[in-house]
Every structure is written in C-alpha cells, then in structure tokens.
Design a binder for this molecule. Structure first.
Ligand SMILES: [Zn+2]
Ligand SMILES: [Zn+2]
Length: 153
C-alpha cells in the first residue's frame, strides 16, 4: 500500500473504510471515507444502488452492444402500456424496468390499486424480500457491473 504523497501537508488520521464489508483501517484526511482500494472508480457507490433497488426497479438486460444505442422498452408494471427510451451502454447490463412515472414505488402501488390488483401489491412486497436475500449473496464480485443509470430518458 502506498501512502499518499500529500501526507506531510495534510493531517492524516486513522479512518475506517465505509465500503460495505470492508472496514479496513487506513490513513486519510478527515473527509476520506474509503480505503485506497475502495476509492477506485469501480467501487464507487452510487446513489440509490442498494441491491434491493437494483433487482426491484431494474432489470438485467444482456446485450453485446459495443456502442451506445437507444432502445424502447415497455413498462414492466401490470396494466401500464407506457414505453420509455433507455440508452444502452456497452458492458452495462442493469436498466430500469418501469416507465419514468412508475420508478416510484408509491406510484406503482397506486396504479395497482386503481386497476384492482391488490394481489400484485402483495407479490411485489414478497419479491422485494426474497430479492434482498438473494442479492446479498450474488453481489460482491460483480458489483462493478451493477452501476445503474438513473433517470435515463
Ligand atoms: Zn475498503
Ligand atoms: Zn409505467
């Protein structure tokens, strides 16, 4: 491990890495949150990329595109026929599965109430739990593939 070159100028203190599951002690300035390894771009934790969000609000879309393409997808919500455009990026496989309006859980529940599918609301909640358990096991090694493009429109 290399110590930062700025160690003489900036006060370094013992910090504990905030990356989930790491907790390594490192020396950093007061705003440092992650150890040198987890400060790398591929470990960057983006807003709202908790595992349960990845699985519930998004879908895995396997593709071999090597450049950015725009695709039209159908909202995955029962009874919604909205379509939305998604930009497909190379080596990026997680994409929103609901139209922009239904990326909000509250609105999905409202919509299902309106069309009288209380059963699907229940199912949605149950799936939420099982996905959470499953993703706790399957994330980790592949976390670099789980970056999520928020609000692509
Ligand atoms: Zn770390
Ligand atoms: Zn929708």
């Amino acid at each position: 491990m290399q110590l930062p070159k700025s160690r003489r100028r900036q006060k370094l203190r013992e910090k504990k890495c905030q990356y989930p599951g790491c907790g390594k002690i490192f020396f950093g300035i007061h705003i440092s949150k992650y150890c040198p390894e987890h400060r790398q771009d591929r470990y960057r934790i983006r807003k709202r990329t908790k595992p349960e969000d990845v699985n519930i609000k998004n879908q895995t879309f396997k593709h071999n595109y090597t450049e950015v393409v725009t695709m039209v997808m159908n909202c995955a919500l029962e009874g919604c026929d909205h379509q939305f455009e998604v930009k497909i990026y190379p080596r990026q496989y997680i994409y929103p599965k609901y139209c922009p309006e239904h990326r909000n859980e509250y609105k999905r529940v409202r919509h299902l109430q309106v069309i009288g599918r209380e059963d699907l609301i229940e199912q949605m909640k149950l799936e939420g739990e099982s996905f959470e358990l499953e993703s706790a096991i399957t994330t980790g090694a592949h976390s670099e593939d789980l970056d999520v493009i928020e609000d692509v429109a």
